[in-house]
Design a protein around this ligand. Structure first.
Ligand SMILES: Cc1cc2nc3c(=O)[nH]c(=O)nc-3n(C[C@H](O)[C@H](O)[C@H](O)COP(=O)(O)OP(=O)(O)OC[C@H]3O[C@@H](n4cnc5c(N)ncnc54)[C@H](O)[C@@H]3O)c2cc1C
Length: 335
């Protein structure tokens, strides 16, 4: 089967920056483009920067579709889906990838529905089979099984689970072709944004959190969770746990970290009383900075820690809470 057309990646941005999840998605898109010998293109609606070439130069992008227009201020994903659907009809790419973020998931679903095409969500890998078909792999049954799926009609639309991916830069800088789409019409939005409310860190998914505290069996008893919650409150952190803490009923199942739980990639991960077994490490290896507190200097968790504290967590955590309170630090933002 001969595959023609471009590989498109939808780029999300916030506060003047392309989101890391989109850059990870771009790395996945580039692998596909290289394997299929096709061009990699990105789509950016209302880019907050002028020099698109310097923003994209490290990512091996061949083409950038830039959509801008006076009516885009305050637009929602409903309007974006109308714009994107028109663009897809016009340019007929082979593949369209979105990061599996809340915006990416919503937009991909709306676009697929408008085009009456299949959408494969939360993909973790892509491959081409012997017949030249593009296949996507995604976890199901809570990650216990993987399904391999394909599409029957193009464009092949997918969201990519970027939690276990890294941003990979291209080996060579390519000349970038910029296609600017200047919108003139007004879109009637069916959705009105009333307010944005920052999520309560205690309630958000562990794999979406910026700061995660994981607890292990070393905590001793469920009643000591109060101390961890106090630390989490000060830091604006989300709490997860190892399998034994879930089995003990201290931590809910959906907050289990590891090979049989969630994979996290927070900016800061604090492991308290966690030994660092390989099944757990699988779930935390993409954390940007890890602090481990463990009384056993030979605990494997120290091998992956950026900062290791050897000692009794029942002494260290109250001290840490005291120091943080003295510094009046509240809900730190790391990005
Ligand atoms: C098929 C399979 C799948 C699995 N999937 C997962 C998974 O998804 N997630 C997962 O976590 N595990 C998983 N496991 C289990 C995994 O192998 C480990 O047994 C588990 O991660 C250990 O959890 P832990 O670190 O809480 O406990 P332990 O290994 O018992 O470690 C407790 C640590 O706390 C330290 N400690 C004790 N008291 C203190 C104190 N007062 N202060 C400081 N430190 C202290 C100890 O030194 C020790 O290092 C799986 C196992 C199998 C076989």
């Amino acid at each position: 089967m001969v595959m023609e057309g471009e590989i498109w990646v939808y780029m999300e941005h916030d506060r003047g920056q392309i989101l890391e999840s989109s850059l990870k998605c771009m790395s996945e898109g580039r692998k596909l483009a290289v394997n299929l010998g096709l061009d990699l293109a990105c789509v950016i609606i209302n880019p907050p920067f002028e020099d698109i070439g310097s923003v994209l130069k490290d990512y091996g992008v061949d083409k950038a579709y830039i959509i801008q227009g006076i009516d885009l201020e305050g637009h929602t994903s409903y309007v974006n889906s109308l714009i994107l659907t028109d663009l897809l009809r016009m340019h007929a790419p082979l593949v369209v990838l979105f990061a599996a973020s809340s915006e990416g998931n919503e937009l991909a679903a709306r676009v697929a529905a408008k085009l009456k095409r299949g959408l494969i969500e939360n993909c973790i890998d892509f491959e081409i089979d012997n017949e030249g078909r593009l296949l996507a792999r995604k976890p199901f049954c809570g990650g216990k099984l993987h399904a391999t799926l394909t599409w029957t009609k193009r464009p092949y639309i997918a969201t990519v689970d970027t939690n276990s991916l890294t941003v990979e830069k291209a080996k060579e800088v390519k000349p970038l072709k910029v296609v600017t789409v200047e919108l003139r019409q007004t879109f009637e939005d069916k959705v009105r944004v009333v307010d944005y409310v920052r999520a309560d860190p205690k309630k958000i998914n562990v794999n979406e959190a910026e700061i995660v505290i994981t607890v292990g069996r070393g905590l001793g008893e469920a009643r000591f969770l109060k101390m961890i919650e106090e630390l989490a409150d000060i830091l604006g952190a989300t709490i997860g746990g190892t399998r034994p803490t879930v089995d003990e009923g201290w931590i809910p199942e959906e907050r289990k970290i590891g090979s049989s739980g969630k994979e996290i990639s927070p900016t800061l991960h604090i492991a308290c009383g966690v030994s660092g077994a390989s099944h757990f490490i699988v779930g935390v290896r993409n954390s940007k900075f890890t602090i481990a507190i463990n009384k056993d200097v030979s605990a494997p968790i120290f091998k992956i820690a950026d900062l290791g504290v050897v000692g009794n967590l029942h002494e260290i955590i109250p001290l840490l809470i005291k120091k943080l309170r003295e510094s009046k630090l509240k809900n730190i933002r790391l990005k």
